[in-house]
Design a protein around this ligand. Structure first.
Ligand code: PLP
Length: 359
């Protein structure tokens, strides 16, 4: 069976050379005589794998030494809780930008711990744009501002990160390593691995060390950043295999020219698709032009019937998972680092044929 072009929003396509390397090493990791899945997380072989993964991620994102890099579990959704529990006192105040479903879920979890002030919202236009956030909108007692850097479901993305007087927390689950971020503009970054870094099961947290260590005793050990940092993310058994695969992805990206090169390729891929949308009378892009994501491209067709026919036809030609999220409908093409330009070219050609036949 042939591999298809997988446009899934997550878990999503991984670079083929990474999968091939993992396949070669699956039964017998070099020097270990067993699979990474069978190794002790305390073994020197795995310690090396984890240390190299962290070192390569630090290189890729130019992460300064005063930031801890944590390899955790529980997905980005667990960070919705860990962020407030570690960065604000119980009953304290935090500022949240409401730019979509995940942003709302993050705020809902923070509400269990303190007071949430929604400083901006793009709900009025079905989350199709990124509102501007200025410092005067932030309550003076806010422990931090939380943003969702890329809105996976709606296909919108911050082009520049807001500059405010309180610590900035960014959920970069669906855009980390897809464009260049200046880590020093953020105080905490978190991301589930399954969009642009590796398999599900691993969550990466990059946090300024000076911000952690103030969590109250009520915070469970597993949810305490300082404790996880002190234990080198091995307070308990880490998601070993996911860390290993993410490590292979990091090494591959370095080899390919790093994040700047990924950003260039993603601009090329998304540019091709947005140009097709702009030139079409049948397909309509969902996101406002100034807020378009280079990772998730969302668009609609005039009817549910045409949408279903488009998805069905794409699947038959080896382009899968193009159906939009159930919350918004339409089409979503996710173009993470693992999606080659050939997949996007094939999609655009199909869109042109489909428009000729159905326009
Ligand atoms: C996918 C996603 C999440 C949820 O991630 P889980 O790892 O499934 O908890 C949160 N935020 C964003 C921006 C996402 O894309």
């Amino acid at each position: 069976m042939e591999r298809v072009f997988n446009f899934a929003a997550g878990p999503s396509a991984l670079p083929l050379p990474v999968l091939e390397k993992a396949q070669r090493e699956l039964l017998c990791y070099p020097g270990a005589g067993c699979s990474v899945m069978e190794m002790s997380h305390r073994s020197s072989a795995f310690q090396e794998i984890a240390a190299k993964a962290q070192a390569d991620l630090r290189k890729l994102m130019d992460i300064p030494d005063d930031y801890a890099v944590l390899f955790l579990q529980g997905g980005a959704s667990t960070q919705f809780s860990m962020v407030p529990m570690n960065l604000m006192e119980k009953g304290g105040t935090a500022a949240y930008a409401e730019t979509g479903n995940f942003a709302k879920k993050a705020a809902a979890e923070a509400k269990r711990w303190g007071k949430v002030v929604t400083v901006v919202s793009s709900k009025d236009e079905n989350y199709s744009y990124i509102p501007e956030i200025t410092d005067d909108l932030i309550p003076t007692d806010a422990a931090y501002l939380h943003i969702t850097g890329n809105n996976t479901i709606y296909g919108t993305q911050y082009r520049t990160l807001p500059k405010v007087g309180v610590p900035l927390v960014a959920d970069l689950s669906s855009s980390i390593l897809g464009r260049v971020y200046d880590v020093t503009e953020c105080d905490l970054i978190y991301a589930g691995a399954q969009k642009n870094m590796g398999p599900a099961g691993l969550t990466v947290v990059i946090v300024k060390r000076s911000l952690i260590g103030k969590a109250s005793d009520e915070v469970p050990a597993m949810l305490n950043y300082a404790l996880q940092a002190d234990a080198d993310s091995m307070y308990n058994t880490p998601p070993c295999f996911s860390i290993y695969i993410a490590g292979l992805v990091f090494a591959y990206l370095l080899e390919q020219g790093g994040v700047a090169e990924m950003e260039r390729r993603n601009a090329e891929k998304s540019g091709l698709l947005y140009a097709a949308l702009d030139g079409s009378k049948l397909f309509k892009g969902s996101a406002r032009a100034d807020s378009r994501s280079n990772m998730n491209v969302t668009f609609t067709l005039p009817s549910d019937e045409l949408t279903a026919a488009f998805v069905k036809g794409a699947t038959a030609q080896g382009m899968i998972n193009l159906k939009g999220h159930r919350a918004v409908g339409g089409i979503r093409a996710s173009l993470y680092n693992g999606m080659p330009i050939e997949g996007v070219q094939k999609l655009v050609e199909y869109m042109k044929r489909f428009e000729k036949e159905n326009g």
